[in-house]
Design a binder for this molecule. Sequence first.
Ligand code: KG4
Ligand code: ZN
Length: 342
Amino acid sequence: MNILAIDTSCDDTSVAITRDNVILANVISSQVALHKEWGGVVPIIAKRAHQEQINSIIQKAVKHAKVPLSSIEVFAVTQGPGLAIALEVGIAKAKELANIYNKPLVAVNHMEGHLYANFAESRSGKKQNIQFPALVLLVSGGHSDLLIMRDHGQYEKLGEKLDDAVGEAFDKVARMLGLGYPGGALLAKMAENGDSSIYKFPVPLHQVKDFNLSYSGLKAAIQRLVKEKTANDHALTQQDISNISASFQRVAIHHLIERVERALQIYKVKNVMLGGGVSANLLLRKNLRNLTKKYRVEFFYPKDKKLCMDNAAMIAVAAWYKAKRGEFAQNFDRNPGMGIGD
Ligand code: KG4
Ligand code: ZN
């Protein structure tokens, strides 16, 4: 089944073409340069850039995949969660294409897409042997979710963000440290040269025996520390920035690991699956690798860096599984607050 998928949920315009779950093209046009000077994503700028880019990105994907639009059998698009006016652009384009070529449409949850990045197959046939039930940790710039996946499309939510999402906390702390936007990866890089034992921050919700995630307290603690250290016009040294980054990252990741470990103690699962932009974080991967070894379950994460970040291939792969179940949607609207497993 030839699938063309579009994702315009935030600040990347992406179009992918897959044959079933095999990625033939995954084109991403980043808007980072446009939003950088504002220190974060400006919705109206994102919308305009999506509108300007979408047709040329579709053409690029078609050229790369060597599959003409007339051979696409299913069109897919991200319905939510994301920025309302940005989502709109992709949805309008997918509806237009489905209408012109008289083909069905699949509406995909962006976070489900991040999960399905794990089910993508490369052209060379590389894929992950995922079995159910699986414990799924989704960590992005807007969301944190811990789920049990019982089968394709069947989720049970264990926990979610109570305030800031993990990636959002990385970005906000990076900003406090003057590391720029988007800051998560830059902070992780700075942390490599830091001593994570210098500053001791409490692990969020350590005493709360559930699966929810909270980062606002940790973020506020870093803010107080930075304020203290920069009082009387003192500037942070590179070493200060590295040490604060490392100390923050250690606790931020530890919070996730505590939640996953608790779930592994309670639920019998065959593996742990990671998805979302923060899945690129090496400390998170390393700690999850060790934890899953301890509990003798397999650990999966999207092996290609491009599949960790926002991209349309993950939407196409999720759409393939939905199309096989006949889950088509002709009439749907953007859903900026769309949840998964609720
Ligand atoms: O999934 P994603 O590309 O977009 C959303 O759906 O939000 O995730 C982006 C988030 C950003 O907050 C970014 O700072 C974070 O992922 N991120 C990282 C790393 N690379 C990206 N956070 C921690 N460590 C990283 N290496
Ligand atoms: Zn995302």
